[in-house]
Each structure stands twice: as structure tokens, then as C-alpha cells.
Design a protein around this ligand. Structure first.
Ligand SMILES: NC(=O)c1ccc[n+]([C@@H]2O[C@H](COP(=O)([O-])OP(=O)(O)OC[C@H]3O[C@@H](n4cnc5c(N)ncnc54)[C@H](OP(=O)(O)O)[C@@H]3O)[C@@H](O)[C@H]2O)c1
Length: 306
């Protein structure tokens, strides 16, 4: 386990937390809890009206002035992420916690404007880029934390990330698509979350910025409602066996607020405990390769070398 030195006792009170995917499900439940625990929050969302309504709700609940700010960005668009990072950096002197939570699964093969397969773009490339762009600010505010919502579903990517098919052309071929190719793609993106967390933790050792990811369990949210009637019906059945968003957000909120993990970094958590992820998720050669590939996919220059 990587150890890291941090300063004084960690406490959420007065901290500034940036969170993606807080307009629904796990992220929304986490944002409410984190605000209730004394932090100020920046919601990064693509839906202006929804985000502002949620900001109003949380502000009203907190009884404090301007607890929540809204930043607009589509996590599938690198231009949008670059713009929002600029706004955050210009407007706020502090970012103490970054939570990469937005995520989705796409049943049909789609490319983003940047030419990247959509599930991979939203779940891994977008969070990678946002993290890199906010990293100096997190370092300036150290001790600081980066938390990424991964999934037990990463275990379905049994062969790891297929670096020879980053566009997932193979997984979306008709027969593969019928037999779960898009789900494997989603699993690869969640595996990427774990490898990214581990590699980031390693590269940030000694900076006071720590990196964690977690599995929320099976949670009743709006997840997979963008893939037609069959997917929605499947999710409706699964909801009967799922946790509430509040329960699903518990480990995320704990990672954001507990002092117990201040000296650890790079780990995967479930139910507030370190958990061993799959063998491919512990492959640090793949983590390093993923880092380099992600830099290429986001056109980040060597200025961002850690
Ligand atoms: N539900 C589960 O059982 C489960 C299990 C393991 C892991 N997870 C992970 O948990 C995270 C949250 O998912 P959830 O279950 O809470 O699903 P959800 O209710 O569908 O919430 C997803 C959030 O991500 C946002 N989002 C999606 N695509 C985006 C984009 N292109 N740009 C900006 N924001 C975008 C959504 O915004 P809109 O409101 O605008 O759609 C929403 O706020 C995901 O990373 C998912 O992989 C979920």
C-alpha cells in the first residue's frame, strides 16, 4: 500500500469539492451529504436547468449562503472540459477534493467530436483530462483528494484493456454487440478508473494529493436509461435488488471526509474498506500504458508530465 505524508487532520468543513455527475443518482446523493457536512461544492454538469435546480435545493437545505456553484460541461467533449477547467481555475482559488463520478454506458457505437468511443470518453478520458487540468490547483491546496467512481463491473473486463482496439470496433460488431460487447466496453472503462487511480497515486506521492476509487455496489439510479426500452426494463428489474443512491454514495462521502485514509493513496474501496480489485486492475504496466495513451487521447503536452 502506498503511503503518503500529509499535514494536519483532514476535515470537510470549509473545503471546496468539485463533483461531476451530481445531477442524478450516486453523485446527487453524495453532493447533498457532502454539503451537509460543511463543504462548498462545484457541480460540473451538462444540463443547466437540472444542475441549477439541484444547486437551489442543496443551498436551501444547508441554510448557508451559496454552498453550491454550477459549472457547465459535457464530459464527452474535451473542448467543454478545457473551458470548464479554465472557469473553475479563474473563479476559485481552492479545489480540495475532485470527485470524478459522471458515467454512462452506450449500447450503440458512437464517436465523440474528438473521435473517441463514447463510453470510454465519458468514463475515462473526460475524468483524466479534468483531473490533469485541475491538478496544479489541487497540489497548491494539499492535502487534497481525487476520488473516482469505479465499479465491481470492472471484473467483467477479464482480458484487461484492449490497447489494440481503443475505439472498441471489435466489441460493437453485430455478434459481439448482441453477446454483451458494450458491457465489456463499460467494464474496461471502469477498469481504467482503477488503473488511473493507482497510477495517479504513485505519480503524486510526496505531493499531499491522494487518489482513491470505489465500488458503490448495485445502485438504483438513472443509469442505462439512454439505451432503449429493453435496457430500461432490465434496469427496472435490477432496481429491486439495488441499494438506494444514499447507500451507494456512502463510501464516496466517507472517502471525501474521513481522516482514516489520509496516509493512503491509489487504492480501490468498497463499503468503506480497501478491496483487492481484479488481476488486470493490479497490472501497473497496464496502468502506465493507460497513462500514456490517455495523454495522447487528450493531446496533453509534456507540461503535464508527473
Ligand atoms: N448505478 C450503479 O449500480 C452503479 C454501479 C457501479 C458504478 N456506477 C457508477 O456510478 C457513477 C454514477 O452513476 P449513477 O448510477 O449515479 O447513474 P445516473 O443516475 O445515470 O447518473 C449519472 C450522472 O452522470 C452524468 N453524466 C453522464 N454523462 C455525462 C456527460 N457526457 N457529461 C456530463 N455529465 C454526464 C449524468 O448527468 P445527466 O443528469 O445530465 O444525465 C448524471 O449526473 C457512474 O460513473 C457509474 O459508472 C454505478
Amino acid at each position: 500500500m502506498n503511503k503518503i505524508k500529509t499535514g494536519s487532520k483532514w476535515d470537510l468543513n470549509g473545503k471546496y469539492v468539485i463533483i461531476t455527475g451530481a445531477t442524478s443518482g450516486i453523485g446527487l446523493a453524495a453532493a447533498k451529504a457532502i454539503a451537509a457536512h460543511g463543504a462548498n461544492i462545484g457541480i460540473v454538469a451538462r444540463n443547466d436547468a437540472k444542475a441549477n435546480e439541484i444547486a437551489k435545493q442543496i443551498n436551501d437545505l444547508s441554510g448557508r449562503e451559496a454552498v453550491v456553484d454550477v459549472f457547465l460541461a459535457d464530459m464527452a467533449s474535451q473542448q467543454s472540459i478545457r473551458q470548464v477547467a479554465e472557469v473553475i481555475l479563474a473563479k476559485f482559488p481552492r479545489v480540495d477534493v475532485l470527485i470524478n463520478n459522471a458515467g454512462a454506458l452506450f449500447q450503440n457505437h458512437q464517436l465523440t467530436d474528438d473521435g473517441i468511443e463514447m463510453t470510454w470518453a465519458v468514463n475515462h478520458v473526460g475524468p483524466f483530462l479534468l483531473t490533469m487540468l485541475l491538478l496544479n490547483r489541487l497540489k497548491e491546496c494539499a492535502p487534497a483528494r481525487i476520488i473516482t467512481t469505479a465499479s465491481h463491473g470492472h471484473k467483467m473486463a477479464k482480458m484487461g484493456i484492449n490497447f489494440n482496439d481503443l475505439g472498441a470496433e471489435q466489441l460493437y460488431k453485430p455478434l459481439k454487440k448482441l453477446t454483451g460487447g458494450p458491457t465489456v466496453r463499460y467494464s474496461q472503462s471502469k477498469l481504467a478508473n482503477i488503473l488511473f487511480t493507482a497510477e495517479l497515486g504513485k505519480r503524486l506521492e510526496g505531493t499531499g494529493v491522494t487518489s482513491y476509487c470505489f465500488d458503490p455496489g448495485l445502485v438504483a439510479t438513472n443509469f442505462n436509461q439512454n439505451n432503449g426500452m429493453l435496457a430500461s426494463a432490465t434496469m427496472a428489474v435490477m432496481k429491486m435488488f439495488s441499494r438506494s443512491p444514499e447507500k451507494g454514495a456512502e463510501t464516496l462521502v466517507w472517502l471525501a471526509e474521513t481522516d482514516e485514509i489520509s496516509h493512503q493513496t491509489g487504492q480501490y474501496y468498497a463499503d468503506k474498506k480497501v478491496e483487492l480489485p481484479s488481476v488486470p486492475a493490479r497490472d501497473m504496466k497496464a496502468a502506465n500504458r493507460l497513462w500514456n495513451v490517455s495523454k495522447e487521447q487528450t493531446l496533453l503536452t509534456d507540461r503535464f508530465d508527473l
